[in-house]
Structure formats: C-alpha cells, structure tokens
Design a protein around this ligand. Structure first.
Ligand SMILES: [Zn+2]
Length: 275
C-alpha cells in the first residue's frame, strides 16, 4: 500500500460524495500478532478444518504493522481524508493481549468482527470444504455460536464498531430465531456503547442483502446504537459501492447521524439533507 494508491481511493470516494474513509486492514495480516495469536487455533481439536484455518492465518500474517501505520500517517499528513483503523477479529480469551499490542499505536478506530466460529472460517465461501461444514454444524447452532461470539466481543469493549454485524447470513441461511438473536446482538452493542457498521458488501455476497438486515438495523435504531457506513472494498474496486442505496437505507430507519472517530474517541456527524 502506498500514499499514491490511497489518493486514488480518496478520489473515488469523493466522487461518490464520501468525505472521509477509514482504512481497516485485518489484524491477522501483521507479523506483530504472531507472538500473541500464532498458536491460537491449537486449542481446538486437530482436524482438516483446523489445519486449513491455521494455514490461512499464517499465510496472511506477513505484513508489518509499523509500516502500515506509517503509510496511513503519511497519507494524513499529505492532506488525504483518511483515518487509521484496523479490523480486529474476535479471539476468545485473547482480547486483552490484543488490546495491549494495539494500545501502542495511534488508531482512530477499531472494527470488531466475527469471521470464524472456533476453527471454521465460515465466510470463505469459495472453499467447498468450508461451505460443506454448514451441514455438520447446522444453521441454528451456527447462528447461536456467532451471536454468542458477538456478545463476548462486544463485552470486551476492545473495539469501537461491529463490522458487518450479521455476517453469519452470508450464504443466505437464516435462523428461525432471528428475532431473538438480532435483539441479543443489538443489546450487546448498546450495553457496550459501541457502534454498528452498515456495509454494502452484503450485496456482493450470496445473501444479496446489506449488513445488517432491516430487522437488525431496526433493533439497533430502537436502542440508539450509532452507525458507521462501509463498502468493505479490498482495493479500489468497491470504494463507495452502492453508497446511495446505503444512504436511503439508513434514512429509512430514522438515522440522521453517522458516528465518526478520532483517536478512538467517538463523535457524531449530521448527514447532509442532500443524499
Ligand atoms: Zn470483515
């Protein structure tokens, strides 16, 4: 990643009417997390899925966190409208250690996400063995485990925003108890005082629905959980993806403000009247 590439992201964002973007690389892409989390998946019983997960994790833990932070700081100094963020996955029992590492860096915002349940990376939907695991685990237990992880992550208060809060719907498999589970997700965010992300990435997935679903966004709105917006672009391609649809969607749910962050301090931004 270079400042020039970031400038291109910003150009694209600004032409879509977006005034600021948060750069949120994944925590597990950095070599600095290996001493803390490098053997995390060993706690689960040995099986092919665990080997696959461990392999994936280690294949990605190669970037340098200091370098990432420096490039984003440089971009800020060059006047680009970016903030320094990170997407932090949930690691049971290890979030204090993660927070200690991250406290040494000047992050503006930390997103929190659930991308795997135990050793099952359920959103790796291009891998047939990962998708086949739905038959082993079952839809209801998967939703329950996901919801519990989201509650636990929220309770740690290690993050500021819940990214794609109902990612577990990615394949379009829905729980019959979604009302109850959505209420629990919203309650967890409200109790911890953290925001929820509205992400257009769901429209690019088999479920073909924005994160969070209308029902879950209503639960957030009812509890006055603040929101952020995201396209979850990996590279320039999807910067500002479906931004008008997102704008309409949040307006329809009564949201007139977005949450912003500087140095992990939250503040509210009024949405302009013109989408
Ligand atoms: Zn994510």
């Amino acid at each position: 990643m270079t400042v020039e590439e970031l400038a291109e992201f910003c150009d694209k964002a600004q032409s879509a009417g977006i005034v600021e973007i948060a750069l949120t690389e994944h925590l597990f892409r950095f070599e600095q997390v290996k001493p803390i989390l490098g053997s995390y998946f060993r706690r689960f019983p040995e099986r092919p899925m665990r080997t696959l997960m461990e392999q994936y994790w280690h294949d990605h833990a190669k970037a340098d966190l200091d370098h990432y932070v420096e490039v984003v700081q440089e971009a800020k100094q060059a006047g680009l409208p970016v903030i320094l963020g990170l997407e932090v996955d949930y690691y049971e029992d290890e979030m204090d250690a993660v927070s200690r590492l991250l406290d040494g860096y000047p992050f503006d915002v930390l997103l929190g996400s659930i991308h795997w349940i135990a050793d099952w990376p359920f959103d790796h939907i291009s891998d047939p063995t990962v998708v086949a695991e739905w038959n082993q685990i079952g839809i209801e237990p998967a939703w329950e485990a996901y919801t519990r992880s989201l509650e636990e992550l929220s309770a740690t208060r290690a993050v500021d925003v819940l990214a794609h809060p109902d990612l577990i719907k990615i394949m379009g498999y829905r729980s019959t108890r979604s009302n109850e589970l959505h209420a629990r997700m919203a309650e967890a965010a409200a109790k911890a005082g953290i925001a929820a992300e509205v992400s257009s990435a769901g429209w690019r997935k088999p479920v073909n629905e924005v994160y969070p679903s209308p029902d879950l966004l209503s639960e957030f709105a009812q509890r006055q959980v603040a929101i952020t917006t995201a396209s979850d672009s990996h590279g320039n391609e999807h910067v500002g993806f479906q931004v008008r649809e997102v704008r309409r969607y949040i307006n329809d749910h009564g949201y007139q403000k977005l949450r912003g962050f500087r140095g992990r301090q939250a503040y509210d931004v009024e949405l302009s009247s013109e989408p």
